[in-house]
Design a protein around this ligand. Structure first.
Ligand SMILES: NC(=O)c1ccc[n+]([C@@H]2O[C@H](COP(=O)([O-])OP(=O)(O)OC[C@H]3O[C@@H](n4cnc5c(N)ncnc54)[C@H](O)[C@@H]3O)[C@@H](O)[C@H]2O)c1
Length: 291
């Protein structure tokens, strides 16, 4: 199946990154959001990120201009009806995603492939409420999208071979690498990464190490580019907790129980970089551990 036009629902940090890489790879992009401010912020972010890539000699000026010209924005969801592929990257709430699919489906071509960038919601369950479970799958980018090489492609129970192959071809055209995952809670990356982050929080909670010593240990002792607590702050502690809850509920194994200290940080509203405080305090010149 030939994919030329890609509709993206949600213009937040993931949606703008997906629009950026798709346009740079030559796809026509239609980006929608309920918020006009989010659409404007997305275009500003994409422009800034492309300018930085031009500055570093990674993208030619003409390619930046062509990419920006390929991105159109709209606040009308039904405008995405003629897309060959839709990637839903709206807020991580099942009711939000379900309402988007319900509103969009009557306007779609029968051939349109429908996908979600969800980090944790069951692809099979989302697909079962659409008119095309065989043309539905998970298209899971990593943050920040223009930088990270991996895309997880997740089959729902009904996803057909042609749909998977078409999405794989898009990943190839982006110059990224796909990992194929079956639809089980948190897929591959977060199934492995989140329990490690949660264990780092337990290590802090039990007083085995300080924030600094835990992060240094994994950076210098396991060659990780970031420490687990630093990484948790980057991802967002609310997101980490939500994914641990999905693992705990979905796999019904106590080894996935979220650390009470992680819950406490989230209850305090200390969510990491986005709120200026998490395992580190980012309000000064340099990040300072909060424990
Ligand atoms: N942040 C990450 O590290 C990360 C990584 C991989 C996947 N994801 C997934 O990507 C998705 C988006 O995450 P994000 O971090 O970009 O969130 P975000 O909060 O930055 O952006 C979400 C956007 O969706 C918009 N939105 C909400 N309801 C909408 C609707 N009905 N129609 C259209 N737009 C709507 C919001 O206005 C907002 O601009 C989530 O499913 C998340 O799990 C996030």
């Amino acid at each position: 199946m030939d994919i030329q036009t890609i509709g993206i629902v949600g213009a937040g940090q993931m949606g703008n990154g997906i629009a950026h890489v798709m346009a740079l790879a030559g796809y026509d992009v239609l980006l929608t959001d309920v918020s006009a401010d989010a659409l404007q912020a997305a275009i500003d972010t994409i422009t800034g990120n492309l300018d930085r890539q031009v500055g570093r000699g990674k993208v030619a000026e003409a390619d930046r201009d062509a990419a920006l010209a390929r991105i159109k924005t709209t606040q009308t969801l039904s405008d995405l009806g003629q897309s060959d592929l839709v990637i839903e990257a709206a807020t991580e709430r099942e009711t939000v995603k379900q309402a988007i699919f319900e509103d969009l489906i009557p306007h779609l071509k029968p051939t349109t492939i429908l996908t979600s960038n969800t980090s944790s919601i069951s692809i099979t369950r989302l697909a079962s409420r659409t008119d095309r479970p065989e043309k539905f799958m998970g298209f899971h980018f990593m943050n920040p999208v223009p930088v990270m090489q991996l895309v997880e492609l997740i089959r729902g129970i009904a996803t057909d071979k042609e749909t998977f192959a078409a999405c794989q071809a898009v990943v190839d055209k982006l110059g990224k690498t796909a990992a194929s995952a079956e639809d089980f809670p948190a897929f591959i990356v977060n199934r492995i990464l989140m329990p490690m982050i949660n264990e780092a929080v337990y290590t802090l909670y039990e007083g085995v190490g300080s924030v600094k010593s835990i992060d240094s240990s994994l950076k210098l002792g396991a060659n990780h580019p970031m420490g687990p607590l630093e990484l948790a702050d980057f991802i967002g502690l609310d997101t980490c907790l939500a994914i641990m809850n999905v693992l705990h509920d979905g796999l019904a194994d106590t080894k996935y129980r979220p650390c009470p200290l992680l819950t406490k940080y989230v209850e305090a509203g200390w969510l990491g970089r986005k709120t200026q405080r998490g395992f580190y305090d980012y309000r000064g010149e340099v990040p300072v551990p909060t424990r």
